[in-house]
Design a protein around this ligand. Structure first.
Ligand SMILES: Cc1ncc(C[n+]2csc(CCOP(=O)(O)OP(=O)(O)O)c2C)c(N)n1
Ligand SMILES: [Mg+2]
Length: 358
């Protein structure tokens, strides 16, 4: 059948810092030395937090935890580009983004103990609570951004999700509406190559996830998600574009989940060690460190100072979290029905009796 080309599309790729810390100066966004140091310090703090969370879980002091390890640049680069008045909608792996966005570390720990008070975001923060059902935060974020547009509020919404979420209807519905109504939203896909034990190859036949935006009428760009400069630059541009009425952008951050899916998983059962070793070489912190060493922004004493400061901050947050009075178990009963049913009333009374007898 004879055919002619109706339209061709392109997906752009952005990498500013390579694995050896070499920088393409022509692409580097304007950043002060202090801003570069801040990127490094956030990433170190997030890694120390993450490692501590894994230890606490193993000691029975934290519930199931979803580690950030490997995705620090994707979260720091994107969250740092937001204004406090913009909104951030996380999935469940965004402990790092939360910290950058000013949520007290004590609350992030508390959330992962299973204490819902850790998810009660202070009213003055424009951060949404953790989204556990995969992809459901996407239509919520689009709705919030659309509302901002209708109210002529200059806030832009940034929403995080993983590669696995791109197979959900929520993703496609959210992108479609955002494209049609030029909604001020930035979609950040952290493509960490795995959705629990499902590899990217089984998630999609598409060459990139970024190209999915094209079907909805807006730009999708793929960036090196382990390069904090690329993530920051792409996010800044997408936020400016959205703020000036240009509508949404999808940013696919190519990265890797270095740890298990959560502490309830054992990735060694489905992932081969060579793949993990390859990605270890692309470590986002090591890469920035190499660049900073070349530009005289990093040395051993600075490194030690930042690490000790991070460790102190994390230990202080754990101490504060563990010193808090536990939630009242009666809350489970209190907030379910306006009036307790007879069997629930009995359950509560029995529970309290047993507790008081202990
Ligand atoms: C609606 C729904 N289905 C299934 C799950 C179980 N589940 C939790 S995380 C996950 C995979 C998510 O993968 P991805 O979107 O790539 O995010 P990542 O965990 O890699 O950060 C699944 C299937 C869930 N939380 N919600
Ligand atoms: Mg994933």
């Amino acid at each position: 059948m004879p055919r002619s080309v109706k339209k061709t599309f392109q997906v752009h790729w952005l990498q500013i810092l390579d694995e050896e810390g070499n920088c393409d100066e022509t692409l580097l966004p304007p950043l002060t030395d202090d801003e570069v140091r801040k990127f490094y310090e956030w990433m170190v703090l997030i890694r120390v937090f993450d490692q501590k969370a894994l230890i606490l879980q193993r000691e029975g002091r934290l519930g199931t935890y979803a580690p950030v390890w490997g995705q620090e640049a994707a979260q720091v680069g994107s969250a740092s580009a937001l204004k406090p008045s913009d909104w951030m909608f996380p999935a469940f792996r965004e402990a790092g983004a939360y910290l950058v966005r000013g949520l007290p570390m004590t609350m992030v720990f508390q959330y992962w103990t299973g204490d819902e008070r850790g998810g009660q975001i202070p009213m003055d923060q424009h951060n949404f609570t953790v989204g556990i059902p995969v992809g459901t935060q996407i239509p919520h974020a689009v709705g919030a951004a659309w509302a901002a547009k209708l109210k002529k509020d200059p806030a832009v919404v940034l929403v995080y999700f993983g590669d696995g979420a791109t197979s959900k209807g929520d993703f496609h519905e959210g992108l479609n509406i955002a494209g049609v109504f030029k909604v001020p939203v930035v979609f950040i896909c952290q493509n960490n190559q795995w959705a629990i034990s499902v590899p990217l190859k089984q998630q999609t036949a598409a060459e990139t996830l970024a190209q999915k935006a094209i079907a909805y009428g807006f730009e999708g760009i793929q960036v090196d998600g382990n390069d904090v400069f690329s993530v920051y630059k792409a996010t800044r541009e997408a936020l400016d574009h959205a703020r000036s009425g240009g509508g949404p952008t999808l940013i696919e951050c190519l990265t890797y989940r270095m740890g298990d899916h959560t502490t309830a998983d054992d990735a060694a059962r489905y992932r081969n060690p060579e793949e993990v070793a390859e990605w270890k070489k692309k470590d986002p912190i090591e890469r920035l460190k190499k660049y900073m060493a070349k530009t005289n922004l990093w040395d051993e004493s600075y490194s030690q100072q930042i690490l000790s400061r991070a460790q102190e901050q994390v230990e202080a947050a754990v101490k504060e979290m563990e010193a808090m009075a536990p939630p009242d178990p009666r809350d489970i009963f209190r907030y379910t029905y306006s009036e307790l049913t007879p069997d629930l009333k009995e359950q509560m009374e029995n529970f309290l009796k047993e507790r008081d007898e202990k």
